[in-house]
Design a protein around this ligand. Structure first.
Ligand SMILES: *[C@@H]1O[C@H](CO)[C@@H](O)[C@H](O)[C@H]1NC(C)=O
Ligand SMILES: *[C@@H]1O[C@H](CO)[C@@H](O)[C@H](O)[C@H]1NC(C)=O
Length: 207
């Protein structure tokens, strides 16, 4: 008759780890960026992350990347040890008009398959992005960066919302669909446009 109350242990796997909960504080802060700058500053969370404990999928924006996009000193975890952070995903992050590259850091100590795809809502202003990893494969076992290159079409002014869709087969039988939303204002091409420089660099040498 001593001890455990019956039924408590049955619900185990759904509990969020403590370290995920404290991140939500920072994310509420991110969500507020919609209207005004978040003034919470670096004191809110320079995380001392010990990645070695995480056996599952981890996917985040590095310190450097968050600094560039949001001006905050923090990593932004979208998936930490298989736990998807839907708050972070719900935030359609603005991309500065002169920024053409997104970087994501990821790894998984266990085998996880992925599929990658893109959508753009305003294809007059923006072409489909391209990534430097293939559209399907396995999440790397060591911490790696993949890049997504954005291309304004140059044909129209306007804001485009793009979705980087990453499907992860974390559990054998179910797929986690992650939609990373970014919005960027594109400009119609004029005589000198920074958005064509990348292509010029890659293709221009053999003219
Ligand atoms: C991800 O999964 C959803 C639901 O199964 C599917 O509709 C979508 O096409 C998949 N996306 C990619 C990039 O494979
Ligand atoms: C993709 O690009 C990133 C950043 O430019 C680089 O660190 C990474 O090694 C590249 N990955 C592949 C598979 O080429």
């Amino acid at each position: 008759m001593l001890g455990s109350s019956p039924g408590c242990e049955a619900r185990g796997p759904g509990v969020w780890p403590h370290r995920v909960l404290w991140r939500l504080g920072g994310l509420l802060c991110l969500l507020r960026l919609e209207g005004a700058l978040c003034l919470a500053g670096p004191s809110s969370s320079p995380p001392a992350v010990n990645n070695n404990n995480n056996q599952g999928v981890n996917l985040y924006m590095s310190l450097e990347e968050v600094k560039k996009f949001l001006g905050l000193d923090a990593e932004l975890y979208y998936v930490r040890d298989n736990v998807v952070n839907h708050f972070a995903l719900s935030f359609p992050m603005p991309v500065p008009s002169d920024t053409n590259r997104l970087h994501f850091t990821w790894y998984s100590k266990t085998k996880v398959d992925y599929r990658l795809g893109f959508q753009v809502d305003n294809q007059a202003a923006m072409n489909l992005p391209k990534s430097n990893i293939s559209n399907l494969g396995e999440v790397p076992r060591v911490s790696s960066v993949f890049r997504v290159d954005l291309f304004c079409s140059g044909n129209a002014d306007g804001e485009a919302v793009l979705t980087v869709q990453l499907n992860l087969t974390i559990q054998a039988s179910s797929v986690s669909v992650l939609n990373f939303k970014r919005r960027k204002y594109c400009f119609k091409r004029r005589q000198t446009d920074t958005s064509v420089r990348y292509d010029d660099k890659m293709a221009g040498q053999d003219k």
